[in-house]
Design a protein around this ligand. Structure first.
Ligand code: HSE
Length: 291
């Protein structure tokens, strides 16, 4: 029997739609695996009542099948589903790392990324690796079709999760079909700025690079209070604010000393909109690890 912790992640970071991702120091899912003749799944913790335990419908079931590694799998959710914080990716990443060790399959961490992404496809309908890559590898990741580039990064963040449910499928439906050349230029400028900021550990550059003229404005309409929460976070010192993943969590980049004030401001702004929320004072963190 062995246990692996995999972190929440935030994909996109505004300008890097379906490409960028970061591992968050907290929250996290914890997955325990034990060899068995066939795969069975038990889920406890945050939002577990909404997660199917049927291996054909659960992310970790697809991972166990891909690795030919049947097991009793217990998932303790620290990240509720449909949050924008990579909930299903964390479970898939933890299961991939755990089952690879349990059955001594010998895959490298990089090779486990597309395997865990297959699990992701079970819930979102498409295999994205922008959440599973940082959940497995940690740090800041750039997901391509042919692999992942990873950078160590240390940037303070606040993630504020409202009690609203936005499914990834719905959030993808509102993504515009195209972008103008000026939007493309702005996106490239911001994405490059953000990458430089991650490499330098510079919250100012990371924040500036989070602006996205295409996807985020379309999705913001699905999150009650988004504009107010964004403005409140900036007023409290955030260097950048965007939707985390497909939402509804909102992510702010900042300096360490401002995290507390930003978290309070975001919570208050959601509250003023009649929405209960929870804030995580976090930072770019490590990938999945055996406990
Ligand atoms: N990049 C994805 C999206 C995140 O924003 O829809 C979910 O994998």
């Amino acid at each position: 029997m062995l246990t692996v912790r995999a972190p929440a992640t935030s994909a996109n970071l505004g300008s890097g739609f379906d490409v960028f991702g970061v591992a968050l120091e907290r929250p996290a899912d914890i997955v325990r695996v034990e060899k068995a003749d066939r795969t069975t799944i038990e889920v406890t913790g945050a939002g577990s009542q909404f997660i199917p335990e049927d291996p054909k419908k659960n992310t970790v079931g697809a991972v166990a099948e891909a690795l030919d590694a049947p097991a009793h799998i217990h998932i303790d959710k620290g990240i509720r589903p449909a949050s924008g914080l990579g909930s299903s990716a964390a479970s898939a990443a933890a299961a991939a790392v755990a089952l690879n060790l349990l059955y001594d399959r010998g895959y490298t961490r990089e090779e486990l990324v597309p395997i865990a992404a297959k699990g992701e496809a079970v819930v979102s309908g498409e295999a994205h690796s922008d959440n599973v890559a940082p959940a497995i590898l940690g740090g800041f990741t750039i997901a391509r079709d042919d692999g992942v580039t990873r950078l160590n990064a240390d940037v303070p963040l606040v993630a504020c999760l409202p009690e609203i449910v936005v499914s990834t499928r719905d959030a993808r439906r509102v993504v515009p079909d195209g972008a103008s050349m000026s939007q493309v230029v702005e996106t490239v400028r911001n994405a490059s700025t953000l990458t430089a900021g991650m490499a330098r550990g510079d919250p100012e550059l990371v924040g500036r690079g989070m602006d996205d003229p295409v996807v985020t404005p379309a999705r913001a309409k699905l999150i009650e209070g988004y504009d107010d929460v964004r403005e409140a976070a900036f007023d409290a010192g955030a260097t950048g604010v965007t939707i985390s993943g497909a939402g509804p969590a909102i992510l702010a980049a900042c300096y360490e000393d401002d995290r507390h004030e930003i978290a309070s401001a975001m919570l208050d702004a959601f509250d003023d909109n009649g929405v209960t929320s929870r804030a995580f004072k976090t930072r770019v963190g490590r990938g999945a690890e055996r406990l």
